[in-house]
Design a protein around this ligand. Structure first.
Ligand SMILES: NC(=O)c1ccc[n+]([C@@H]2O[C@H](COP(=O)([O-])OP(=O)(O)OC[C@H]3O[C@@H](n4cnc5c(N)ncnc54)[C@H](OP(=O)(O)O)[C@@H]3O)[C@@H](O)[C@H]2O)c1
Length: 251
C-alpha cells in the first residue's frame, strides 16, 4: 500500500474528483478526513466507502473560505490522529459567464473558494507539517490556470493564482521536507463539468486527443502518486492531466 497509515485531509471530498481522491487514498491505506460544503448525504456515502476499505473516515461540513473554520477542521484531524501528512486542496466552484456579464460576487466567490480556500487550509496544515518535518500538499488546479478561455476569467484567474501559490509555497516549505504540487485537470466527468460536456457532446472526441473526458479516478491516481514516497523528490510542479486537450493539436 502506497499510503499505509498516512493521515490525509481532502477538501471537497463529497463529490467528483475529491471523492475519488478520498477513496483512492483509503484504498492505499490512509485514514481520510474530508470537508464538504452542503451535501451531507453524498458525504455520508464517502464515509461508508472509506470505512469499507478498513480505514477511518472523518467528514466535516465547513466552508473553505472561512479561515477559522479551516483551523477547526485541522485541529479535529490532529485531535483524532495526532498528525496530518497529506492535504489536498480540491474544493472548487465555477461561475462561468462573459466578463461583462459578471457581478462582483461571481469573481469574489470563485477566487475566495478556489484560491483563498487553498491558502487557508495550507496555512494551518503547514504549521503541523513543519513540526512533523513531513508533509505533502496537493492543489487541484485546472488547465484553465494556463489556458483560460472565454467565460472563465474568474476561474482562470483563481487557478493561475493557485499555480503561482503552489510554486512559491514549495520554495518556502522544502527545507522542512514538505512538498507542494498541483494537478491541472482538463475535462473530467463530474457535476461541475456537466453543462460543458452536454454542450460539447460528440465534439469531445475531436477536442481531446485521447478521445474521451477524464474520469475522477484518472485524477485520483495522480494524486496518490504525488502523495506517495515515489514523489518525494518532486515539488513546486503543476501536472496537467487532460488527455492531451491543452496540446491543441488533433482536430
Ligand atoms: N470537473 C472538471 O472537469 C474539472 C476540471 C479541472 C479542474 N477541476 C477542479 O477540480 C476540483 C474538483 O472539481 P469537481 O469537478 O470534482 O467539482 P464538484 O463535483 O462540483 O465537487 C465540488 C466539491 O467541492 C465542495 N465545495 C464547493 N465549495 C466549497 C466550499 N466553499 N467549502 C467546502 N467545500 C466546497 C463540494 O461540496 P458539496 O458536495 O457539499 O457541495 C464538493 O465536494 C475543483 O477545484 C475544480 O476546479 C475540475
Amino acid at each position: 500500500m502506497r499510503l499505509a497509515d498516512r493521515v490525509a485531509l481532502v477538501t471537497g471530498g463529497s463529490r467528483g474528483i475529491g471523492r475519488a481522491i478520498a477513496i483512492a487514498f483509503a484504498s492505499e491505506g490512509a485514514n481520510v478526513a474530508f470537508v464538504y460544503a452542503r451535501n451531507a448525504e453524498a458525504a455520508g456515502e464517502v464515509v461508508r466507502e472509506i470505512e469499507s476499505r478498513g480505514r477511518e473516515a472523518l467528514a466535516v461540513q465547513a466552508d473553505v473560505r472561512d479561515f477559522s473554520a479551516c483551523r477547526e477542521v485541522v485541529d479535529r484531524v490532529v485531535e483524532r490522529w495526532q498528525r496530518l501528512d497529506i492535504l489536498v486542496n480540491n474544493a472548487g466552484i465555477i461561475r462561468d459567464k462573459l466578463f461583462l456579464q459578471m457581478e462582483e460576487a461571481d469573481w469574489r466567490d470563485v477566487i475566495e473558494t478556489n484560491l483563498i480556500g487553498a491558502m487557508n487550509f495550507s496555512r494551518v496544515a503547514a504549521e503541523i507539517m513543519l513540526k512533523q518535518r513531513f508533509g505533502k500538499i496537493i492543489n487541484v488546479s485546472s488547465v484553465a490556470g494556463a489556458y483560460g478561455g472565454k467565460g472563465q476569467v474568474n476561474y482562470a484567474a483563481s487557478k493561475g493564482g493557485l499555480n503561482a501559490f503552489t510554486r512559491a509555497l514549495a520554495t518556502e516549505l522544502a527545507a522542512r521536507n514538505i512538498t507542494v504540487n498541483a494537478i491541472a485537470p482538463g475535462l473530467i466527468e463530474t457535476e461541475m463539468s456537466e453543462a460543458v460536456r452536454n454542450l460539447l457532446g460528440g465534439e469531445i472526441r475531436k477536442l481531446v486527443p485521447l478521445r474521451r473526458a477524464g474520469k475522477p479516478e484518472d485524477v485520483a491516481e495522480l494524486a496518490v502518486f504525488l502523495a506517495s514516497p515515489a514523489a518525494d523528490y518532486i515539488t513546486g510542479q503543476v501536472f496537467t492531466i487532460d488527455g492531451g486537450l491543452s496540446l491543441g493539436g488533433i482536430r
